[in-house]
Design a protein around this ligand. Structure first.
Ligand SMILES: Cc1ncc(C[n+]2csc(CCOP(=O)(O)OP(=O)(O)O)c2C)c(N)n1
Ligand SMILES: [Mg+2]
Length: 353
């Protein structure tokens, strides 16, 4: 068993705008060990996810598909920064707000859009829909609708990695509300006792379905990393709205997890849309939402930084945005035209196939 050492790395977490001075441009690209190409590709990727989800919302509103649908708009910085710190063979498991996490893990955007539209070419054969993106090939193991339900599965995956002597890690995304689920604590305890290579990532967007996290916990709305103290587990907090910080923080953290040291990282973030597409968000003020959009947006933050550092300019960003929108229009059209699943296969994939 690997020797256990608890570290607590607190990086600059964002605070609600009311307690923070004017808008931030995030961490610097100057003197960074990473290349300008990397920052630009991260910016483009975040814009792609923002536009992807906006297109999904439009399609839902036009009744092109139905069922549950949870958007990730506002939370792109964490998704991109974390993914860049992983290897392709690392494993990932998540909740139901996972369209863009699935794409980041390597599932084709067309396969995700087709899944939303319930088509046979969807990544889950059109039988999963918005909450159940899956690809064994890309090592993205869902898409889970039960809050916290992915945590015990992540521990099983961590055990498999250790048993098979692989050098991979499992990323287990969880929402802040999952921090009040018993099974999550059982899972963390086992990961800590067995020293499994599991990175628990709390996407703390401050809200469960419609309740501020501060009303359901006694440890502080933005102190969820403290949950790890119960297991003497490595833990940290990161500003999820700054992709540069996320990337550096996760790269460092994952090196340790890869050696078999589980870790709980709390990423502070915010969702701009309602809990699901049918939620009008009446439990929070427009001012609060706007303060995150104006002062803590991951895309604006990086774009501003890159412009300030002379790495890109507004015209280039506008041109990429236009290209991305055109690409997504074509993806949606292809998904729309694709064939539905064969009725004869309705009972396939229920258990073992
Ligand atoms: C075990 C369980 N309890 C309750 C629900 C109903 N429910 C669905 S989403 C949700 C809130 C989850 O919020 P959070 O974990 O913070 O994730 P977010 O939606 O913010 O991404 C709840 C209570 C559920 N799906 N599963
Ligand atoms: Mg939440």
């Amino acid at each position: 068993m690997t020797a256990k050492k608890t570290t607590k790395t607190k990086t600059s977490a964002h605070k609600p705008a009311s307690t923070q001075s004017s808008s931030s441009v995030g961490s610097s690209t100057k003197n960074s060990k990473h290349s300008a190409e990397l920052w630009i590709s991260m910016l483009k990727e975040m814009i792609f996810y923002r536009r992807f989800e906006e297109r999904v919302l439009a399609a839902y509103t036009q009744q092109k598909f139905s069922g549950f649908c949870h958007l990730h708009i506002g939370q792109e910085g964490l998704c991109v920064g974390l993914q860049r710190a992983l290897d392709a063979k690392d494993y990932m498991i998540s909740g139901y707000r996972s369209h863009t996490q699935a794409i980041a893990k390597g599932i084709a955007p067309l396969a995700v859009f087709s899944e939303l539209f319930g088509k046979a070419s969807g990544c889950s054969g059109g039988k999963g829909g918005s909450m159940h993106m899956f690809s064994k090939d890309k090592r993205f193991y869902g898409g889970h609708g039960i809050v916290g339900g992915q945590a015990p599965i992540a521990v099983g995956m961590g055990w498999k990695i250790r048993y098979s002597k692989e050098q991979h890690v499992v990323v287990c995304y969880l929402g802040d509300a999952a921090m009040n689920q018993g099974q999550v604590f059982e899972a963390m305890n086992m990961a800590a006792v067995w020293q499994l290579p599991v990175l628990f990532v709390i996407e703390n967007n401050l809200y469960g379905m419609g309740t501020h996290i501060g009303r359901t916990t006694t440890i502080g709305a933005t102190q969820q990393y403290k949950r790890a103290l119960a297991f003497d587990m490595d833990h940290s907090q990161v500003n999820g709205q700054d992709v540069l910080t996320v990337y550096d923080h996760m790269s460092k953290t994952i090196k340790r997890v890869r050696k078999g040291v589980p870790h709980l990282v709390e990423a502070l973030t915010y969702r701009y849309k309602g809990h699901s597409v049918s939620d009008p968000s009446l439990y929070r003020s427009k001012e609060e939402v706007n303060s995150y959009k104006d002062d803590h947006d991951p895309i604006k933050t990086l774009a501003k930084r890159l412009q300030n550092d002379g790495i890109t300019d507004e015209d280039s960003i506008r041109a990429w945005d236009k290209e991305i929108k055109a690409e997504l229009k074509s993806i949606e059209a292809q998904a729309d035209k694709a064939a539905p699943p064969d009725k004869a296969l309705a009972y396939h994939h229920v258990y073992s196939q």
